[in-house]
Ligand binder design. Structure first.
Ligand SMILES: [Zn+2]
Length: 348
């Protein structure tokens, strides 16, 4: 059943009447039928979480389909209508991606973990010599993304630059994209120099690399949400580890602000459960000094476009979230959507 909705469309800030007919948004025209389900609202093309791992909650969890569905419903009911899963405990998690009840999913196959990096057995453990074919395999088996654990702890070597570069080049050659986990200076540097599509976390990222990231289109996904939880629980951690993590955490706001100012695309990812909390990540971006309009885009239209989907334009897939206030003026409203439309269906 077609229906209409009237409001101010972001980021264009145009008041429009939209007609939702199946999984398509149309500009309404005179004489269109269909109930007006909301009026005077602010409209986003859904929220987006570009770093979430539906189906697992903690290291060592096996992928569980029921948990996956629960996580995806948590996202959806918070207005998160598109997610990217950069790494999963199950390469096949993408098999449920077209479930009409769940947000759209861009999956990245299994985490690719070379020896000494990542939680043993949680991802796909491979030798450095096998990283290139494995990266291509994961990208082919998923939505075109793969996820490489580019480094792990302080003082341990990152994936060598030449190995990482070869993997990125091979995945790009088949039209795929590469997300790299990095949280040391060396890991971040190698990810940038290798031409990765996104740096996940980016702790200790050298600001001198920001112009290069901007020029080659490497995005930064800082995942404040998960680090905020980790730094809260460091009381019993070994002092070296605690100091390293706190040092990285304290540097993150300045890095994120500098990245935005250098023209790097900064995106919102929570890397955290419960799911459906990307509005909180947007608040972290604002707190770090990113302009509110950019921060809201980082968890909505900018992220959506970065993942290959249009915003609210005539003929676009019908994902919409409506708010009673302007989320750029009042970001707190992001956690209170008044209407949620996923794939043309009124969820709320
Ligand atoms: Zn993650």
């Amino acid at each position: 059943m077609a229906f209409t909705i009237r409001g101010v469309v972001l980021p264009e800030r145009e008041e429009r009447v939209l007609r939702i007919d199946g999984d398509q948004v149309r500009n309404a025209t005179e004489g269109d039928d269909g109930e007006l389900v909301a009026d005077g609202v602010w409209l986003l093309p859904g929220l987006v979480d570009v770093h979430t791992h539906p189906g697992t909650e903690k290291p060592g969890d096996e992928f569980d389909e029921e948990r996956f569905r629960r996580h995806m419903v948590e996202h959806r009911d918070a207005g998160v209508l598109l997610v990217r899963s950069p790494g999963s405990a199950d390469r096949d998690s993408g098999r449920v991606r077209d479930d009409v009840d769940l947000p759209r999913l861009r999956s990245g196959g299994q985490w690719l973990a070379t020896p000494g990096r990542f939680y043993p057995g949680f991802g796909r453990d491979i030798a450095e010599a096998d990283l290139v074919p494995a990266a291509v395999e994961e990208a082919r088996a998923s939505s075109g993304w793969c996820k490489i654990i580019g480094d792990w702890t302080d003082g341990e070597p990152a994936v060598p630059l030449e190995v990482l570069t070869a993997a990125v080049e091979a995945v790009h050659a088949i039209g795929g994209r590469v997300a790299v986990h990095c949280q040391t200076a060396e890991g971040c540097r190698n990810a940038v120099l290798a031409g990765a599509d996104s740096l996940e976390h980016g702790m200790y990222l050298d600001h001198d690399l920001l112009p290069r990231m901007a020029a080659q289109g490497t995005a930064l996904v800082p995942t404040f949400t998960t680090f905020a939880k980790i730094v809260d629980k460091l009381d019993n951690a070994p002092p070296d580890f605690r100091d390293w993590l706190l040092g990285g955490w304290e540097g993150m706001p300045a890095t994120v602000r500098a990245a935005h100012e250098a023209g790097v695309v900064v995106l919102a990812g929570t890397d955290s459960t419960p799911c459906g909390t990307v509005a909180g990540e947007i608040e972290w971006l604002i707190r770090s000094g990113v302009p509110p309009e950019v921060a809201v885009g980082a968890g909505s239209w900018t992220a959506r476009s970065w993942l290959g989907l249009p915003g609210i334009v005539d003929g676009a897939p019908a994902d919409l979230v409506a708010y009673e206030a302007d989320p750029v003026e009042d970001p707190a409203v992001l956690s209170r959507p008044s209407r949620i439309i996923l794939r043309g269906r009124l969820i709320r």
